[in-house]
Design a binder for this molecule. Structure first.
Ligand code: NAD
Ligand code: UDP
Ligand code: UDP
Length: 319
């Protein structure tokens, strides 16, 4: 549709009231774009966007992406989906619907508009990986019928849809495989390891290590991740991904607990809990592709990123 009034880029962020979506929205507004957030507030909250109330280039729409959406935008970031194991396992059928029907609707929207669309995929598509570190060419090791499958297979099917719309309808797609990301505005009750450990440390409660704590993850600070997402969206057409975005420095959960205890000055002790079913043993991104294609690499170390994250939870400590 021809633009009558101005040439500012209009960007749709689905899942914009969530942790990553709200930071992405902030950054897109800083760049001078108009941002429309569509979110059903399942795990997100308007509080994450409260500071934007009255912003002339910001608009919020309460909308569930499993239903069609007819709006006019120039770019779509599709982030809508519960992301933590507790949240995505709460209503697993709805999780698959959100990934799959949500992807179809947003791809249909992008097709009608002829606009770029970026998918927030995940390192979970690699499952419990036997290739380490994970490269994009690795097809993964995913249980199709376990408790994590609604998320893992939903995200895998969404990737399939993105590439089929690309091949079949020449859609301009971008697929980011996001590895564990943390920072301010993480949901305090979503059970993710960084938020759990910080809250437990601040309250002086036992730090709950699942299993023996030798499993590994690689943690990316939210500012770095958002920078990677925007670079991917704004990369040349032939850069479709999938492309890993994450911090390649790997930690065991025990090491993470020790870092958080030191950062918060806590006297909490470590306590052990059973390891959840199908919990991946190791995870670390190979980010060669992001470095080459996007000139991107994370800048914030875990030690530095934990400071603003702990400060956020200190100021917003749940009862
Ligand atoms: P989050 O739970 O904070 O945000 C997800 C947002 O999506 C929430 O605001 C929620 O209300 C919204 N949502 C859920 N279902 C919806 C639906 N049907 N319709 C509209 N909105 C819906 O999680 P996050 O960490 O910000 O994750 C954002 C995206 O990034 C997700 O797609 C997630 O899979 C992906 N991702 C995140 C991480 C991470 O470490 N944070 C890692 C890999 C992938
Ligand atoms: N869709 C949407 N907004 C649009 C265009 C399409 O939400 O602006 C949805 C609509 O529900 C449709 C889906 O996207 O079913 C897939 O669209 P597509 O054009 O690929 O397929 P079709 O309309 O043929 O099912
Ligand atoms: N974990 C833990 N204690 C907690 C929460 C999580 O030891 O209180 C572990 C969990 O078993 C997993 C890792 O931390 O091995 C990361 O869990 P998270 O749910 O944050 O993310 P994901 O498993 O999806 O990577």
């Amino acid at each position: 549709m021809p633009r009558l009034y101005d040439s500012r880029k209009r960007v749709l962020v689905t899942g914009g009231a969530g942790f990553l979506g709200s930071h992405l929205t902030d950054r897109l507004l800083e760049r001078g774009y108009e941002v429309l957030c569509a979110d059903n507030l399942f795990t997100g909250t308007k509080r994450n966007l409260e500071h934007l109330h009255g912003h002339p280039r910001f608009e919020f729409l309460r909308h569930d992406v499993t239903f069609p959406l007819y709006v006019e935008v120039d770019e779509i970031y599709n982030l809508a989906c519960p992301a933590s194991p507790i949240h995505y396992q709460h209503d697993p059928v709805q999780t698959t619907k959100t990934s799959v029907h949500g992807a179809i609707n947003m791809l249909g929207l992008a097709k009608r508009l002829g606009c770029r669309i970026l998918q927030a995929s995940t390192s979970e598509v690699y499952g419990d990986p036997s290739v380490h570190p994970q490269i994009e060419a690795y097809w993964g090791n995913v249980n199709p019928i376990g408790p994590r499958s609604c998320y893992d297979e939903g995200k895998r099917c969404a990737e399939t849809l993105f590439f089929d719309y690309h091949r079949q309808h020449s859609l301009n797609i971008k697929v980011a495989r996001i590895f564990n990301t943390y920072g301010p505005r993480m949901h305090p009750a979503d059970g993710r390891v960084v938020s759990n450990f910080i809250i437990q440390a601040l309250k002086g409660e036992g730090i709950t290590i699942y299993g023996d704590g030798s499993q590994t993850r690689s943690f990316c600070y939210v500012d770095d991740l958002v920078d990677g997402l925007i670079r991917l969206m704004e990369s040349p057409d032939d850069v479709t991904g999938p492309i890993n975005l994450g911090n390649p420095v790997e930690f065991t959960m025990k090491q993470l607990a020790e870092l958080i205890i030191a950062e918060t000055g806590s006297s909490s002790a470590l306590v052990t809990r059973p390891l959840p079913q199908d919990d991946p043993k190791q995870r670390k991104p190979d980010i060669t592709l992001a470095a080459t294609k996007l000139n991107w690499s994370p800048k914030v170390s875990l030690k530095d990123g934990l400071k603003p994250t702990a400060a956020y939870f200190r100021a917003n400590l749940p009862a």
